[in-house]
Design a protein around this ligand. Structure first.
Ligand code: SF4
Ligand code: SF4
Ligand code: SF4
Length: 365
């Protein structure tokens, strides 16, 4: 767990700057929460994300959009809900009855619920069109997009279950509504009472505890667990697409300088230096496809390859992406990763190339 916590919160809602990849890596451009928030409560101040707590209405619509679970709300935990979904009799996800705004879920949650349960999840979208949170249909667009991604994944894997949607309002039993309303306000009050205690960040804390310091979001861990448990439901584990959820990395032997920047900035320790520090290993089961490594590499050596094998994801099957023999540069006498040819490091080779004309002139004089 990080020793330095940076948390901004309202009574119920919390934003952990420590878990935000935009804050972690200066050049990361993630602003998914900024885009979805119906109240514009997130602002970019000096390129960092800041929550203006007086503008946040604690609607939870942004929570599912965050790839690294930097956002949480005290009265609803989408990870706990997903985990208990199979045992739950009610398979209807409804912001009026059982959950917070469905914006609190994303593709990881939907796939996990569909895989784990014998009965398909049904998302109640019948209230979206009249909902005050659904300005410019952004929230509804996000929810439908995540459901579509989950269904694409399930269909490509040959899984019979799909995530269904409920489009028309059904007649409600008033008494049932009241029971839920009461239960919800009870939860809100209980959460308010705990606002100053450490318990106001249940999801973030659980995420940090479970991630085993790897920084892996809990929703990703749950999805891997669901894949392991339900591999027999999949007609195939090998796919040409990575579904926008996973990434298979490749590093060019000729272009990589073994600088280690990608390893240092990977938020989930999917990239690691080899034991002798002369190479880079990759654990596909830890990669959340954030793209930071692609962006940070100065020589464009690292790329996302085509396709994914879900067995490798589920069982954390690692691989060596590059490994170098280190040799001494005959100019500067420093060790560098040898890729063939004259034993001269990139820096000295570039220096020679850039200043060759100066040396030529001096020699001519
Ligand atoms: S969605 Fe998450 S990672 Fe992205 S800017 Fe918002 S808090 Fe940060
Ligand atoms: S892939 Fe790029 S960032 Fe990573 S070690 Fe090689 S050169 Fe450095
Ligand atoms: S390997 Fe690259 S894409 Fe995957 S989590 Fe690490 S930085 Fe992100």
């Amino acid at each position: 767990m990080n020793n330095l916590e940076f948390v901004q919160k309202t009574e119920l809602f919390s934003y952990s700057g420590t878990n935000c990849i935009r804050n972690d890596y200066y050049h990361n451009a993630c602003q998914l929460c900024v885009d979805i928030c119906p109240e514009n409560a997130f602002h970019l101040v000096r390129n960092k994300l800041t929550l203006f707590s007086n503008e946040c209405i604690e609607c939870a619509a942004c929570i599912g959009s965050c790839p690294t679970e930097a956002l949480s709300i005290a009265n609803f935990d989408s990870n706990a809900y997903t985990k208990s979904f199979a045992a739950n009799e009610n398979k209807l996800l409804s912001c009026k009855k059982t959950t917070a705004c469905l914006g609190a879920f994303d593709v990881h949650h939907y796939i996990t619920m569909a895989l784990d349960s014998d009965v398909e999840p049904i998302c109640d979208l019948s209230h979206c069109k009249d909902c005050a949170l659904n300005k410019d249909k952004k929230v509804e667009g996000f929810i439908r997009g995540e459901i579509a991604k989950a269904n694409n994944f399930l269909s490509e894997c040959g899984v019979e279950a799909v995530v269904r949607t409920l489009e028309e309002k059904v007649e409600e039993e008033n008494s049932r509504r009241m029971v839920f309303k009461k239960a919800f306000s009870k939860m809100q009050n209980a959460a308010k009472e705990e606002k100053d205690s450490a318990k106001t960040l249940p999801m973030t804390l659980e995420y940090q505890r479970n991630s085993n310091n790897s920084g892996l979001p809990l929703k990703f861990l749950h999805l891997k667990e669901a894949l392991r448990t339900n591999l027999s439901k999949l007609s195939t584990s090998s796919h040409a697409s990575n579904f926008g959820i996973f990434a298979k990395k490749e590093i060019s032997f000729q272009d990589c300088t073994n600088c280690g920047d990608c390893v240092q900035f990977c938020p989930t320790e999917a990239l690691l230096k080899s034991a002798d520090k002369h190479g880079i290993n990759f654990n596909v089961g830890n990669c959340i496809a954030c793209g930071i490594c692609d962006h940070i590499c100065k020589t464009d050596a690292i790329k996302t390859g085509v396709g994914i094998d879900l067995v490798n994801v589920a069982y954390d099957r690692g691989e060596e992406l590059v490994h170098y023999e280190m040799v001494m540069c005959h100019e500067c006498r420093c060790p560098y990763p040898y890729r063939g040819g004259d034993p001269i490091c990139d820096r000295c080779a570039n220096y020679k190339q850039d200043f060759d004309h100066i040396f030529t002139l001096a020699k001519d004089i």
